[in-house]
Design a protein around this ligand. Structure first.
Ligand code: GRF
Length: 203
């Protein structure tokens, strides 16, 4: 079966989606976007439609259980045979059986330097902890939340003086540079995942 490119999962604003679309259009990512899948109607859906991408809303609220929601996801995605499934602000925790369906093909971006600050509100957590360096992590998705193998990290300096939204802006800028680069390199098989060979630092 032919691999059909990237499937991107979203739930919200879609700024990482936008950065990935730009990288595909600029030829940095050499594989097409096979589909954008959202678990709800959101800004990212509008972006995807604007670029006339195959946009699927699979509304999680319409399903009785996670199992039936994921069954529908699998039904829609399996025939696309994606090279990579890219989570970009997707607000669902995927079950182990879903992850196994697409073994080693699902990646996520998390707005902290893992293993610090897992879960939600990572910028508030970083502020509270008083860390001076903060960032984002791209990792493979496994059964442990924000716990899969780290592929790449981007870092920047912060201080207590920064508001959460200032921190978010700084980190998002890094996410938008790092995620497309990592996706391109993974697809081109230029990343040896046994080495952390992409690290970006900004100030
Ligand atoms: C990003 O901060 C990403 O790290 C996290 O969710 C946010 C998604 O933002 N997983 P956007 O929808 O890509 O703008």
């Amino acid at each position: 079966m032919v691999n059909n490119g990237i499937v991107i999962f979203i739930s919200g604003r879609g700024s990482n989606l936008n950065a990935i679309i730009n990288a595909v259009n600029d030829g940095v990512i050499k594989y097409p976007i096979a589909a954008v899948v959202s678990d709800r109607y959101c800004e990212g859906v509008e972006i995807s439609r604007r670029y006339k991408l195959n946009t699927l809303i699979i509304d999680h609220k319409k399903f009785k259980s996670k199992l039936s929601f994921e069954k529908e996801l699998i039904k829609k995605i399996k025939p696309l045979n994606p090279n990579l499934i890219v989570l970009a602000g997707f607000m669902q925790i995927l079950s182990i059986s879903f992850i196994r369906e697409f073994k080693s093909k699902i990646i996520n971006i998390h707005p902290s330097l893992l293993p610090s600050f897992k879960g939600l509100n990572t910028h508030a957590q970083a502020k509270e902890a008083g860390v001076l360096i903060h960032g984002c992590t791209i990792h493979f998705v496994n059964e442990e939340i924000d716990g899969g193998k780290i592929i790449a990290q981007g870092a920047t300096s912060i201080s207590k003086k920064f508001s959460e939204s200032e921190i978010e802006k700084k980190i998002l800028n890094i996410e938008h540079l790092l995620y497309p680069k990592v996706i391109a390199k993974l697809l081109d098989k230029e990343i040896n995942i046994n080495e952390h060979n992409i690290i970006l630092c900004y100030d």
